[in-house]
Design a protein around this ligand. Structure first.
Ligand code: ADP
Length: 461
């Protein structure tokens, strides 16, 4: 039975100081959420990030290692030591780096601290794509056709599975991530070579040769559902996002809600996600990613962390997802029922990257001039300022431009204005490319699939 607030008092894991184990815009975003909740913050940084603005505004800060992420932001021992030295009671992992590392979550809890995220067991299950698919099928979440078990070794047995699914199929590494460790097989004569190559890649890159196979969907959209859960069996979904605008499996623009999907179609999928969360004892925030084709949803994976694109959902639902995540980690009872959640209007997010707008090669250097857009319905999440040095060591995301308006068309117009009002000099950015994309007619009509952006880019060359 879900608990009420009176019953929760005993189960809370209160903390008053949060160490933010990340950098860049998300470190600034989490710090803001902590402050609003009356919590103290600890910033950590690498040598390259000593001048970051969130370092100056934290209650404590520690430089934990050299610029290379492997020796700083991925150094679990250094982060745990920093927490001990500063008296932090909890660690927020942000996204990327150690955010989906079950061993890190476990080490934090074993050190008597709170990991602001789900349990290590939930992270481990969802990090193993076969285990995740099995859990989702058991919970009634619709999945891509194909078995929820690892491929056998015998060639004939593999051929039978492919025939049962029907070509084209996709072979995926169970431990894969970041768009790596998968191969599309169009015809039977390509099957065994594809399996051998993917298995080898999986063994080397992910430390496990386990593969699985499913139907390859040819023109899907990427639709995802944001969930929010407490530790007492309460869970809600905060609406859906469309993240189909991708280049090399990297999201470029996200929006909420997904255009052209009727509430009665998405509703049962959202409720199945909520049900799955209860079934696996999920805590905190998470995202169920689906492919959507011909009116049907197919689960592909669950992200057990805060996502880059969470602000589009914040603007349409009015829920501060980061604060809600922190409160869930403290053992608070969720103060939202599903009926309280009414998503209104439309929001877009553009990822502003320090990269060449034509070649997409990363661009490092000093920001010599910065003008950010202002006005109603415009939000900018960033850590950069004039004089800021963009480091070549990390991801090229330097800002997120987020807009909200009553309709999709108005939100698009607002994003055009916001992009026109953004000036970043000293480094190259993808802003010219985003401005052109927001003039595109097919994008304006909505419902473009995950291949659309790559085709659009080819046509412009
Ligand atoms: P990762 O963990 O590496 O991000 P995902 O399982 O989320 O892997 O898949 C990444 C991308 O690969 C998807 O967004 C989609 O573009 C493509 N993809 C994955 N599974 C399928 C499938 N069954 N059919 C078509 N495309 C797929």
């Amino acid at each position: 039975m879900p608990k009420t607030s009176e019953q929760s008092a005993a189960s809370g894991r209160r903390f008053d100081t949060v160490l933010i184990a990340n950098r860049g815009e998300i470190a600034a975003r989490v710090q803001r959420a902590c402050r609003e909740l009356g919590l103290k913050t600890v910033a950590i940084c690498s040598e390259a990030d000593r001048q970051a603005p969130y370092i100056k505004t934290a209650d404590h800060f520690l430089c934990i290692g050299p610029s290379a992420a492997g020796r700083s932001y991925l150094n679990q021992d250094a982060i745990l030591l920093a927490a001990r030295l500063t008296g932090a009671g909890a660690i927020h992992p942000g996204y990327g780096f150690l955010s989906e590392n079950a061993a890190f979550a476990d080490a934090i809890e074993k050190a008597g601290l709170t990991f602001i995220g789900p349990t290590a067991a939930s992270i481990a299950t969802m990090g193993d794509k076969i285990a995740a698919k099995r859990a989702m099928m058991a919970a009634g979440v619709p999945c891509v056709p194909g078995p929820d078990s690892a491929l056998p070794d015998e060639p004939e047995a593999i051929e039978r599975i492919a025939l049962e699914i029907g070509y084209p199929v996709i072979v995926k590494a169970s431990g894969g991530g970041g768009g790596r460790g998968m191969r599309v097989v169009l015809k039977a004569d390509q099957l065994h070579e594809a399996i051998a190559l993917t298995r080898e890649e999986a063994r080397k890159a992910f430390g496990s040769p386990a593969l699985y196979m499913e139907k390859f969907l040819e023109h899907p959209r990427h639709i995802e559902i944001q969930v929010l859960c407490d530790d007492h069996g309460n869970a809600v979904w905060l609406g859906h996002r469309d993240c189909s605008m991708q280049r090399r499996h990297q999201k470029v623009v996200e929006e909420a809600p997904a255009p052209g999907i009727a509430p009665e179609i998405i509703q049962p999928v959202g409720m199945a996600c909520v049900q799955a969360c209860r079934q696996i004892g999920y805590r905190g925030v998470g995202t169920f990613e689906f492919l959507y084709e011909d009116g049907a949803f197919y689960f592909i994976e669950m992200n057990t962390r805060l996502q880059v694109e969470h602000p589009v959902t914040e603007l349409s639902s009015g829920v501060d997802i980061v604060q809600a995540q922190i409160k869930a980690a403290q053992g608070d009872v969720l103060d939202l029922a599903q009926s309280d959640i009414t998503c209104e209007g439309h929001s877009f997010e553009c990822r502003i990257n320090a990269e060449d707008p034509d070649t997409f090669l990363p661009s490092a250097g000093v920001v010599t001039h910065l003008t950010l857009p202002q006005g109603p319905g415009i939000r900018v999440d960033t850590h950069i300022h004039p004089g800021y040095r963009v480091s070549p060591y990390y991801d090229s995301l330097i800002a997120k431009l987020i807009v909200h308006a009553p309709t999709r068309a108005k939100a698009m117009a607002r994003m055009c204005e916001a992009l026109a009002g953004t000036e970043i000099e000293g480094i190259a950015t993808n802003i010219p490319f985003l401005r052109a994309l927001f003039q595109d007619h097919a994008f304006a009509r909505g419902e473009t699939d995950i291949h659309y952006l790559e085709h659009w880019l080819k046509l412009r060359r």
